[in-house]
Design a protein around this ligand. Structure first.
Ligand code: UD1
Ligand code: UDP
Length: 367
């Protein structure tokens, strides 16, 4: 079976890593690999610490095609990707195209393939925020509606798809991010030097990430978030903030900074091993990232989500995740609530760490 995998943004490298390593295993026991994976990197993310570091750390095969699309408006970026992916599909003639998550790279892959009548398989299907102002929500809905195989991480995702009339080809797999977290957490604990590098110790810092368009592109929200980080950091522990390049740019453009001498530490975005080591040892995590919300849950660390809604509603129900508005006082209130929460961990919510195997078995059976 020849599969073209389309990836391009940070979380997709992490998700694809787990499936790629399963794909090369021959399930028919014939000795030679049964599957051929052609990896296409759209180039949506391109800085070393947003792209190549993940290929190195997670041993993802080098991309067979690098489209070099880079940054731009949604339309420009997606349009260029569609045209370039179409060229690759003409050349490669795959049996199936595999896409991940909800970025512009996901949508471009799904559109290019479906118009050529190549079956699309979507990993992380069925997630919904029910907020159509999010670019990711548009990407998810459209991708799900042209996919032949829909790999849903949770029961909630299955219900969301059924509500839109999608039941054929839907398979509950568990979450490939749990696979990755379980697979790499011991390696991270041994190999990562990040706590020493930052001069922090386990249980004595807070961790935060911000990159969602609704927060970075609204100076009022962005300023509220960073002033709340300052307030939180006055509680005895530093707030460590690995900065997404989008956020660094927006802070500079809007002249938003943390006060000199404050205990908020802005650092460059880190690799995956450093990130899960930081997450596993944090006292509390504050984020607007989808992946980081889940990883906080996997690590049994309370989380504040800087959004009005989340796709990962199970974490909220479990008392692990607190949604908040982005003004300083609301975030600080959520911080106080999250600091004394008692999390009802249900390890089965996101599967058992074998989602990638279920995905590859289903792909093989379906073709
Ligand atoms: C994208 C995804 C988002 C995902 C996130 C993961 C879309 C619509 N959004 O958002 O769902 O959560 O990736 O991180 O696809 N930039 C750099 N260097 C890079 C990459 C980006 O400087 O390597 C800067 C550029 O100024 C760029 C901006 O970040 O314009 C935003 O990048 P973009 O890929 O458009 O969106 P993300 O916010 O990264
Ligand atoms: N991540 C990372 N380094 C960072 C920030 C995040 O490796 O500096 C990882 C994080 O552990 C998670 C993934 O990136 O696995 C989440 O991606 P991101 O927050 O960019 O996007 P989202 O999940 O919101 O789509």
């Amino acid at each position: 079976m020849k599969i073209v995998t389309i990836i391009g943004a940070r979380p997709q490298f992490i998700k694809a890593a787990m499936v790629s390593r399963e794909l090369v295993k021959c399930k028919k026991g014939a000795g030679a690999p049964c599957n051929q994976e052609i990896v296409v990197h759209t180039g949506q993310h391109y800085d070393y610490n947003m792209s190549k570091v993940f290929f190195e750390e997670l041993a993802i095969p080098e991309p067979d095609h690098h489209l070099g699309v880079g940054s731009g408006s949604h339309g420009h970026m997606t349009g260029q990707m569609i045209a370039k992916i179409e060229d690759v599909l003409f050349d490669e003639k795959p049996d199936l195209v595999l896409v991940y998550g909800d970025t512009n790279s996901t949508l471009a892959g799904a559109i290019a393939a479906s118009k050529l009548h190549i079956p699309v398989a979507h990993v992380e299907a069925g997630l919904r925020s029910f907020n159509r102002r999010m670019p990711e929500e548009i990407n998810r809905v459209l991708t799900d509606h042209v996919s032949k195989l829909l790999f849903a991480p949770t029961g909630t995702a299955i219900t969301n798809l059924a509500r839109e009339g999608i039941t054929d080809g839907v398979i509950q797999t568990g979450d490939v991010m749990l696979d990755a977290f379980m697979h790499f957490k011991t390696k991270a604990a041994i190999d990562s030097q990040i706590l020493d590098t930052l001069g922090i110790t386990a249980g004595s810092y807070y961790l935060a990430t911000v990159h969602r368009q609704e927060n970075t592109d609204d100076p009022h929200r962005l300023a509220g978030i960073f002033s709340a980080f300052e307030e939180i950091s006055n509680n005895g522990h530093p707030v460590i903030v690995p900065l997404h390049p989008r956020t660094r740019k927006s802070l500079q453009q809007n002249d938003i900074s943390v006060a000199q001498g404050s205990n908020v530490r802005l650092v460059e975005a880190v690799g995956y091993l450093d990130m899960i080591q930081l997450e596993a040892n944090a006292t509390l995590i504050c984020t607007d990232s989808g992946g980081v919300q889940k990883e906080a849950y996997f690590a049994n660390v309370p989380c504040i989500t800087l959004r009005d809604e989340t796709e990962w509603v199970e974490t909220v129900d479990a008392g692990a995740n607190f949604l908040t508005d982005t003004d300083k006082q609301s975030i600080f209130n959520a911080f106080k609530q999250a600091s004394c929460t008692s999390i009802k961990l249900d390890p089965a919510l996101y599967g058992n760490g074998h989602a990638a195997e279920i995905i590859v078995d289903s792909l093989t059976e379906s073709l």
